[in-house]
Design a protein around this ligand. Sequence first.
Ligand SMILES: C[S@@+](CC[C@H](N)C(=O)[O-])C[C@H]1O[C@@H](n2cnc3c(N)ncnc32)[C@H](O)[C@@H]1O
Length: 253
Amino acid sequence: MSNSECEWFAEWFDTPYYHLLYHNRDQGEARTFIQNLVGQLPIQKGDSVLDLACGKGRHTRILAELGFQVTGADLSANSIKEAQQTMVNGTQFIVHDMRYPIPNRSFQCVFNLFTSFGYFDSLEDNRSVISSVREMLEPHGHFVIDFMNSCFVIDHLVSEETKTMGGIDFHIHRTFDDQHILKDIRFVDKGKNFHYEERVQALTLDDFQEMLEDNGFQILRTFGNFNLASFDRQHSDRLIIIAQKKSWNSSSH
Ligand SMILES: C[S@@+](CC[C@H](N)C(=O)[O-])C[C@H]1O[C@@H](n2cnc3c(N)ncnc32)[C@H](O)[C@@H]1O
């Protein structure tokens, strides 16, 4: 079983401060991105899709508006509670740890968006996520991963930054320790000191290729931003991968 109660991502993403700090994420950009992605996938209105690590469901709602039956799943109970308050037709939200398959559910496509991967101490957990996705996908189903382009992020790391959101000064210190991109976040609220750390594995396209291929996927396409420009290791800010589930007994499907 997971011991997610004591892991950084189980704690930080479930706080109101995480949502406050990232309050001004661009909803228009998310909509354009989802529309662009759906145009690349052989999925039809009415198909069941999964937004894995959905947060408060900003992409889940857009997918539902496009006519899909969407399940949004996230480890953060607070995010799921909030997502449930603004539910639209065709959506369902559940608290779920992505290292495990959702029992008795299958999907034509699974989306894992906005760097919602690479949080775990053990690399084995990455593989558990991918094999769980495989288990939940219909034959030949698709898996979309939208991750940071680690090479670009490392080259452009802003080491110190202060962001003021909701009257709180968030002091952010970023480092790279050869394996992870670390974001140390400190602030004071109502006289109390807080300290959190985001710790994301600096995974590259080669790492994803190896993990996906070892776990029964083939990469079909890669893109380097939300407008789906080509991926360029040096210049792209995102690494977006569309992979397809292969049959174990086939080399091409
Ligand atoms: C960077 S946020 C992105 C959220 C959402 N995809 C978005 O674009 O707004 C990462 C999300 O991953 C979720 N998460 C972290 N670990 C998880 C796990 N083991 N299982 C499911 N969700 C997880 C967090 O709770 C958080 O909502």
